[in-house]
Design a protein around this ligand. Structure first.
Ligand code: PSU
Ligand code: MN
Length: 306
């Protein structure tokens, strides 16, 4: 089974928890190296782990270190990724074999974190936002590999929806096509990351970790492989004024187009640009929603381990 997986390096605490069917929550590292500046990235990553522990679950931050797929980073390892930031390779599914073969460090995206979590036997993963179908994708074909991963890898991902740097409507269409369940957690609309709501309805709303755990367990026990997206809106007191954030996002998109930013660099570019355009307010909101998602992820993992 997973513990013999030759590529994995699982922290002893995480290994023990998995062996005893105790709740474990996976966490990604691209958000650390490419999603936030230092030192807020490191501080947030550690605070997220603390939230998960306070709910009674074990955190497992995932990254690639010297070519090993590490499940359960130490605080010192989290600090290295936070400090090295953009110098660390951003690793999605296609990048994994290269970083492993070169024995490098890599920060895992939602897609590659799902892959490694599944190898280790972890079913619940909390983050901020997922990648999706970019605006203008009809021309650029820029669709995050996160969506294909949700289609095939059996891990539940808690996110605050997706940023409207993406085309949220097309992102939901894509998920529907690939059979990915989208759960609105205590919400009837798909949340837009910095704001609690969007105009897009979700088909399924659930109001407790127990209900979510039941749906996950039915899906996977039936043999329906693939992920589930749990969309958890940012808490109201931290949400940003919709018109303000919308116009900052437009500005950031215009700058990306003017500078011809493409491919894997686009999402990190937009995140940093929005942060500077909002004078850091977007970063504060981002930190809070990640903590909120970690808490829900832990609660779902607790229910699943019952
Ligand atoms: N969205 C965010 N913050 C992030 C990311 C997305 O609000 O940090 C990161 C995640 O790691 C996600 C990745 O998996 O960006 C998606 O990148 P791309 O669009 O290149 O697939
Ligand atoms: Mn892309």
């Amino acid at each position: 089974m997973s513990k013999y997986h030759p590529y994995l390096k699982i922290a002893p605490e995480v290994q023990t928890a998995l062996q005893h069917n105790r709740p474990v929550v996976a966490l990604e590292s691209t958000i650390i190296a490419h999603g936030m500046p230092f030192p807020q990235n490191k501080e947030t990553a550690l605070a997220v782990e603390a939230v998960i522990r306070s709910e009674g679950a074990i955190p497992a931050t995932i990254a690639i270190l010297d070519g090993h797929l590490v499940v359960g980073l130490s605080p010192a390892e989290i600090e290295i990724l936070g400090r090295d930031g953009e110098k660390v390779a951003k690793v999605s599914r296609r990048d994994l074999p290269f970083i492993v073969s070169r024995q490098q460090n890599g920060a895992t995206t939602v897609a590659s974190t799902m892959i490694i979590a599944a190898m280790a036997g972890i079913r619940v993963f909390a983050t901020g936002g997922i990648g999706g179908v970019h605006r203008g994708a009809a021309e650029t074909m820029d669709i995050s590999a996160d969506l294909q991963e949700l289609a095939k890898t059996s891990v539940a991902v808690v996110s605050a929806g997706a940023k409207s740097i993406l085309d949220l409507g097309l992102t939901l269409e894509y998920l529907e096509t690939y059979g990915v369940p989208v759960i609105g957690y205590k919400t009837d609309t798909f949340p837009a990351f910095y704001t609690q709501e969007s105009k897009l309805k979700v088909d399924y709303r659930l109001d407790s970790p127990k209900e979510v755990a039941e749906v996950l367990s039915h899906k996977w026990r039936m043999g329906l492989e693939g992920g589930v997206l749990i969309a958890n809106p940012i808490p109201g007191r931290f949400s940003m004024p919709p018109a303000l954030i919308a116009s900052r996002i437009e500005e950031a998109l215009a700058e990306a187009a003017a500078e011809n930013i493409k491919g894997k660099a686009l999402t990190p570019f937009l995140l940093a640009k929005i942060e500077s355009l909002t004078g850091g307010d977007s970063l504060k909101a981002n930190v809070e929603l990640v903590l909120h998602n970690a808490k829900l992820g832990a609660q779902i993992a607790m229910e699943m381990s019952k």
